[in-house]
Design a protein. Structure first.
Length: 119
């Protein structure tokens, strides 16, 4: 399958999974603020890596990962209703730590600025 079509399918999967988690999945372990940052579908449509991020501590991250793993079948079934594909990809949920890294970098920059002001 060509790269442009795979990119389109990846974006459709990202959007649909985000909506499914936000509006249809009722699991208290999943925080209200969860962001599906990216979806990468393989060329043969057999797998889809779903990258997500949350603003919470490490315990909440583990709970969220476990909840998503447990709901994988439900999400895949709902995804098959939202997107019409011959092959529905197997979902792989991956925590995206780029938000955490950005927050740490911003915190360090503020600390350096504050230290320079005091000098």
């Amino acid at each position: 399958m060509n790269k442009k079509r795979v990119a389109q399918i990846s974006e459709e999967v990202r959007r649909a999974v985000s909506d499914i988690i936000r509006f249809k999945l009722k699991d208290p372990r999943i925080p209200e603020i969860i962001s599906i940052s990216k979806a990468e579908v393989t060329n043969d449509l057999s797998f889809a890596k779903i990258y997500y991020s949350i603003l919470d501590n490490d315990t909440k991250k583990d709970d969220t990962q476990q909840a998503l793993e447990n709901a994988k079948g439900f999400i895949k079934r709902e995804l098959s209703h939202a997107i019409k594909l011959r092959i529905m990809p197997e979902l792989i949920f991956i925590y995206d730590d780029s938000l955490d890294i950005n927050l740490k970098i911003n915190k360090l920059i503020k600390e350096v600025k504050n230290a320079n002001r005091e000098d």
